[in-house]
Ligand binder design. Structure first.
Ligand code: F6P
Length: 365
């Protein structure tokens, strides 16, 4: 009798998801008694009527290591614990379908679930594990904000894209004597911003971990112009905020979407600088979802593949409730609950902050 492992991808997509799927399937194919299936759009494929579950064999995952997105599709709305339903009054509420999910997985003969996702998806993994599901987690996010792993796959690719954008903005800033503001993703963590700022040679980098003093930022810009260096490049994280202020965010209107939608920090910064009397040409670019699309860089392909192979091996070892992680040069396993206990933010005494300061980069404080 074949044992079945069900693979899901949940939350926002991220370069490298397909490489994880391929790693799991290829490793599983070395075991005679295992087969892989995938649920479309996280757990929706299991919960929908009719179900959308696909068979994943070696042929189905051929060439996937280099392909962006996820062949299983994904969602960051709802989930088995908060399934949106429309009431008779037209209003949306949620119901808990987690028990039904576990029952359906038993009927499907699913021995193990491998859930590839970020903090929201791994929170669901932990809750399903506590209900008795045999589950293994694989950390995913371009934001690199998951604890217990040195890097999540997708982060390096997003950083490459952001650094490339800084490079491009530097030449146009210089040509026009302008201050260019580049807003990058990362939610409440400044990893993409600070890596892109250092890699691209920006003079100012504003991250959520250091609320900025607008006066100090304006002063840094003025000083550069006064020295005859008539252009400045600023990288700002979408989650950056001024001292005493809040992040720029909107409540999402999409049904089942629980996160705040961050965005607008760059435009706000430009307005604040103008209010502060800076009479210079400024432009804002928002990189947005370009950071999540396209083919994963080689590092992310390798990391994602290592995570996929290890995730299946954890299933063989029955290390349920654990997540694969990169620690130093080793691929290890950690309890999912440790990984989701808090965000992995940049520590103020870390080497990356020391390096940025060592370059004379203004971090807004
Ligand atoms: O968590 C990944 C991420 O890309 C964040 O950096 C960003 O704030 C958010 O997802 C965007 O989400 P959505 O794709 O739902 O707009």
């Amino acid at each position: 009798m074949q044992k079945r492992v069900l693979i899901t991808t949940g939350g926002g997509d991220c370069p490298g998801l397909n490489a994880v799927i391929r790693g799991i399937v290829k490793r599983a194919s070395l075991e005679r008694d295992w087969e892989c299936i995938g649920s479309v759009e996280a757990y929706n494929g299991v919960l929908w009527e009719p179900q959308e579950i696909v068979r994943l064999d070696k042929k189905a995952v051929g060439g996937l290591h280099a392909r962006g997105g996820t062949i299983l599709r994904t969602t960051n709305k709802g989930g088995p614990f908060a399934w949106p339903i429309k009431g008779a009054d037209g209003n949306w509420t949620t119901v808990d379908r987690s028990d039904e999910l576990i029952r359906k997985l038993q009927i499907q003969g699913v021995e193990a679930v491998i859930s590839i996702g970020g903090d929201g998806s791994q929170d669901i993994s932990q809750r399903l594990f506590e209900k008795g599901l045999n589950i293994i987690g694989v950390p995913k996010t371009i934001d690199n904000d998951l604890l217990a792993t040195d890097y999540t796959f997708g982060f390096q690719t997003a950083t490459e894209i952001a650094a490339d954008a800084v490079n491009k903005l530097v030449t146009t800033a210089e040509s026009h004597n302008r201050t260019m503001i580049l807003e990058v993703m990362g939610r409440y963590a400044g990893w993409i911003a600070i890596y892109a700022a250092i890699a691209g040679g920006a003079e100012i980098c504003l991250i959520p971990e250091i609320p900025y003093d607008i006066g100090g930022v304006a002063e840094k810009i003025r000083a550069r112009y006064d020295q005859g260096r008539g252009f400045v490049n600023i990288v700002i994280a979408e989650g950056a905020k001024p001292r005493g202020g809040e992040v720029v965010a909107q409540k999402a209107e999409e049904v089942g979407y629980q996160n705040l939608k961050l965005g607008g920090a760059g435009m706000r910064l430009m307005a604040e600088l103008k209010e502060h009397g800076l009479d210079i040409d400024m432009r804002v670019s928002i990189l947005g979802h370009l950071q999540r699309g396209g083919t994963p860089c080689a590092f992310d392909r390798v990391l994602a593949t290592e995570f996929g192979v290890k995730a299946f091996e954890l299933a063989l070892e029955q290390k349920w409730g654990h997540m694969v992680a990169l620690q130093g040069r080793r691929i290890v396993s950690v309890p999912i609950k440790d990984a989701i206990s808090r965000y992995n933010l940049i520590e103020l005494d870390s080497d990356i902050i020391r390096t940025a300061r060592g370059l004379g980069m203004c971090l807004g404080d």
